[in-house]
Design a protein around this ligand. Structure first.
Ligand SMILES: *Cc1c(COP(=O)(O)O)cnc(C)c1O
Length: 243
């Protein structure tokens, strides 16, 4: 089972682990958006059998090109991952496993080590900006993203829900506020996964979310004033689209 800590909000690992235990499944975490998030005091990436992190440039910890990392507390699995990373070599030039070439470039690693120092600070800043948005949305018909008690959200993205999504998004973009969709289509709605659609049960909650979600601008270098500016534009757009 692959749990995705989407937008930086930890998935409910207690419930998901219980399902995995019941069905004897291995739990893997997708931490690509969740560097710095935690579930009931445990950092994401340390809960399942393994965690996968992306260092794609736009992530909370981003390199200047592609990169990624895997965390695990399982030594045997760690060895296997190291072998697979480099042609399945346990010994030089001898492939004992079918491997790939998926090494993290050393230049990227050096840059990531420097950026790692400010990751905590950057996430604090993301949390502060998210709190400004959430305060500003109080009493509005626009719903802020949920955060489960006991979880620490890393706010890779700040995704609200609104019934007037398309009109609101257009109004923001017209004012050069880069509101965006994460994502415009769910997995079972992707053309390449038509077979998933055929096989899957109806997914009414997922499909409703796809129509209502809207990502507001959020990164650690935004000034507080930018949040206020977006909130003003958002409030105006919502009242205009209801009127
Ligand atoms: C970015 C991302 C990935 C993919 O990461 P890559 O480094 O591009 O392979 C996977 N899952 C989630 C949730 C992501 O945001």
């Amino acid at each position: 089972m692959l749990a995705v800590h989407l937008y930086g909000h930890p998935a409910d690992m207690a419930q998901i682990q219980a399902i995995c235990d019941r069905h004897r499944l291995i739990l893997i975490e997708d931490c690509a958006q969740a560097h710095g998030a935690s579930f009931e005091g445990r950092n994401v990436g340390s809960i399942g059998r393994a965690g996968a992190f992306s260092f794609y440039p736009t992530k909370n910890l981003g390199a200047i090109g592609d990169g990624g990392g895997i965390t695990t507390n399982d030594d045997e699995l760690a060895d296997k991952i190291r072998w697979i990373r480099q042609y399945g070599w346990k010994r030089r030039y001898i492939s004992d496993l079918e491997g790939v070439n998926s090494r993290l470039d050393e230049l990227q690693a050096a840059i990531l080590r420097v950026k790692l120092r400010t990751l905590g600070q950057n996430i604090d800043r993301r949390r502060r900006l998210a709190a400004l948005y959430t305060d500003g949305l109080r009493g509005s018909s626009v719903s802020p993203p949920p955060c489960r008690p006991g979880s620490a959200h890393a706010y890779h993205l700040y995704v609200v829900r609104t019934q007037q999504r398309d009109a609101v998004m257009k109004a923001l973009v017209d004012r050069h506020i880069p509101a965006a969709l994460h994502y415009p289509a769910a997995v079972h709605q992707q053309p390449a996964y038509e077979h998933v659609r055929q096989a899957s049960l109806p997914l009414p909650h997922t499909e409703a979310l796809v129509r209502e979600i809207l990502s507001l601008p959020l990164h650690p270098y935004l000034p507080d004033a930018a949040i206020e500016h977006t909130l003003e534009a958002l409030t105006a757009a919502v009242s205009a689209s209801i009127a």
